[in-house]
Design a binder for this molecule. Structure first.
Ligand SMILES: N[C@@H](CCC(=O)N[C@@H](CS)C(=O)NCC(=O)O)C(=O)O
Length: 226
């Protein structure tokens, strides 16, 4: 068996696949691919040009949600998707809420501006104008996502059912990008969500990727939330 994840570690979508593989106890190879300067033939692996792509022997797939769904059928245990119909759909909903709703806001307007842009530009700090925009997004756009997540989680340990699902992985993954940018949901206002993130980021599957990424991406000196 040879499983290969292709895509830069810092992508929340690549991370989602890597954490799912780790939670299933699967070994895999990881090839770093920058979607903005991809290797020759990249579109044959990823027709939309995005990361991640995935290889299982001579089978090729793209899109983190598709890859995770494939992994679930191919390696059913431990299950990362609930079996009950409504719970299953709810888990998919949280995955979509994060991938399609949260990441476009948090990833581009905060993480890219505060971390990747200065890093690629060889600058020690973010551009003050970008930082001002990021602060505004953190103050005005992210709270409604965090309010929703806090309410949906309630007093439970996981977002859907009694054990870890793809919903939890999808919620926790892009919050690592925010963490690299010095941003987290404030403990006082979103205590359950923040405790959930602490629990998730402390799991071996997440800790491994965090330990790998933090020396490269987590060097910001400015923290814009507590
Ligand atoms: N729905 C896709 C989204 C993947 C995605 O947007 N990846 C970003 C990096 S985080 C990318 O490859 N961007 C390059 C581009 O849009 O050309 C998934 O879940 O895999």
């Amino acid at each position: 068996m040879s499983l290969v994840v292709l895509g830069g570690s810092v992508s929340p979508f690549v991370r989602k696949v890597r954490v799912a593989l780790a939670e299933k106890g699967l070994d895999y190879e990881h090839e770093q691919v920058n979607p903005f300067s991809p290797p020759a033939g990249w579109r044959e692996l990823s027709p939309l040009g995005k990361i991640p792509a995935f290889r299982d022997g001579d089978r090729v797939l793209a899109d983190s949600s598709v890859i995770c769904a494939y992994l679930e059928r191919r390696f059913p245990q431990p299950a990362l998707y609930p079996s009950e119909a409504y719970d299953y759909a709810r888990a998919l909903w949280f995955e979509e809420y994060m991938d399609g709703g949260f990441v476009p806001v948090a990833g581009t307007k905060v993480f890219f501006a505060l971390v990747l842009k200065p890093l690629f530009g060889g600058k020690p700090e973010a551009d003050p104008a970008d930082e001002a925009v990021a602060r505004k997004v953190v103050d005005e756009e992210l709270p409604s996502f965090w309010d929703y997540l806090e309410g949906q989680l309630g007093d439970r340990e996981f977002f859907v059912g009694e054990r870890l699902t793809i919903a939890d992985i999808a919620v926790a993954s892009p919050h690592i990008n925010l963490r690299h940018a010095g941003v987290s949901p404030a403990r006082k206002r979103w205590p359950r969500l923040r405790a959930f993130l602490d629990r998730m980021h402390g799991r071996a599957s997440f800790k491994k990727v965090i330990d790998e990424e933090t020396p490269v991406f987590g060097k910001r000196s400015v923290r814009i939330t507590d």
